[in-house]
Design a protein around this ligand. Sequence first.
Ligand code: M6R
Length: 606
Amino acid sequence: MCGIIGINSSKPVSATIINSLKKLEYRGYDSAGIATLSAGLINEVKSEGRVDNLEKDSLVQNMQGTIGIGHVRWATHGLPNSINAHPHSSQNVSVVHNGIIENSTLLKKFLVSKGHKFKSQTDTEVIVHLITEYLKTKNIIDSIKKTLKSLHGSFALGILFKDQPDLIVGARRGSPLAVGYGPNENYLGSDSYALKSMTNKITYLNDGEFCFIKKDQVEFFNNEGIKINKKVLQLSSEEQKYDKGDYKHFMAKEIDEQPKTLKNGINEYLDNINNDINIYNFPWKISEISSVLLIGCGTAYHSCLMAKYWFEQITSLDVNVDIASEFRYRKNRFKKDTLYVFVSQSGETADTYAALDLCKQNGMKTCSVVNIIESSIARDSDFVLPIHCGIEIGVASTKAFLGQMLILYILCLKLSFLRKDLDKDNFIKKLIDLKKLPKLVDQTLLTDNKIQSVSSSFNEAKGSMFLGRGFSYPIALEGALKLKELSYIHAEGYPAGEMKHGPLALIEEGMPVVVLAPRDSYYKKTISNMQEVIARGAKVLLITNKSEDEIISENIWETLEVENTNEDLLPFLLTIPLQKLAYYSALKKGYDIDKPRNLAKSVTVE
Ligand code: M6R
């Protein structure tokens, strides 16, 4: 949510800031802005919409200055327009902000009473005026300290001062922030992705810390303003060049990359020589764990839900799943013998991070399944299982979903084997099947034409439903989420057996319904539920797996068959046509597939 960039250099910075903002657009894209210092003045240019609009502004093209900050916004307070876009500036101070200031109304009252005039509807503007107010009587460190202490809520900040031509201040509480080091220049960024094209030397700020970024030096401070030393991390350059290639959209590329995602994960975790799973340095004895709680948001929550079915089926562990935003505010009964697993592509999702933090404060065992290994969730959990799927840019999560499911399945098999729930033969059998999965996903990706043609019916309908039972139920939820997110069509994921308890009333003549009914142990039951919706006029797209057995049902609108594998792994294959359905449906509607309206890739506000 929102992206920050700051550059302090001896060369002009505006073009580089604009390029970095383009990279950050996946974090927020309803408005953008830039501020630089030149000739002792703060120059600020902002525009509604994409960074392209900002770039075209002649003021930006002629912008001077070797020090500056930029921002892409995902609106929380105030409409997405150029007035509310960041940076926000007084005569002396300019600020970019990610996060939410919860006490902004009170602070604003105080500042108005001191004569400050506000231009925007944002919560951020209070930060500008607080610093300006405190600078009247204090030095920079003290005014920053006092400002940060006055703020309730979450923030990552980049701050420029009119009278400090060699200083950007960065500060963090709750929202991620990184510092990058270059030759005779240094940077500030809301994530390492924005900085990677300029440097692979990074330092992450921890909560409560702030920093002074000068051209040739960076100083770090704790919340008391005491100088601290921080590690410089060397990042891999592997992800530095990630582009769309010949694809129209990142999402299409990311869907097609899924066999590679699975191969990477399998190569990383499976030991082919010893027929085992490599999970090194697991910090707990297996006897110390008797239950697992899986926590995530959105698509990551769906992968947790999927894992619940596997854990219940394959292990004797108790397993539960929770949505992070619910977990963090409930009265939880923390248990020492529970393994708390946090699933997140970005590793920066505010609710998931808060849930992790709560578990840590209560001394629990925490493990994270993340894609970005430098992320806050990865850094702050006791143990990390990376999903190795490479950067995911499309706001709709695709390859990360398959990656998360893979790692959770691998963890489930390993724990099950260690607990002796699964004997060696069955363990090896499952590993053999798993190794074949990337190829099966590759073949399933070929089911393009039928999905393209049925997508029109979904676009024309008032709404649609996605039904599944057992292993297919979390996938039905995920299919519905993808369609809503990309095509803005009302789509409801439901357990097929639950329809008769209410939602069946929604079914009317011609309503498109996706029924996920692979030939697993739930097959016959799901087919019965499918007949119930067909009888009420639904147009059913049945997605099942290839089999010699004929499908005994009449009046199915369309049938699509994915490849065949064991019951555990079918969910991976069922996911593919659902991702494509959402993609084609949005494509036909001409929507912005990689940046759906109102959303952002990394949700760093609660
Ligand atoms: O980065 P995370 O995996 O923690 O993100 C969680 C959700 O915000 C994310 O999965 C969201 O639901 C996706 N846009 C769905 O495609």
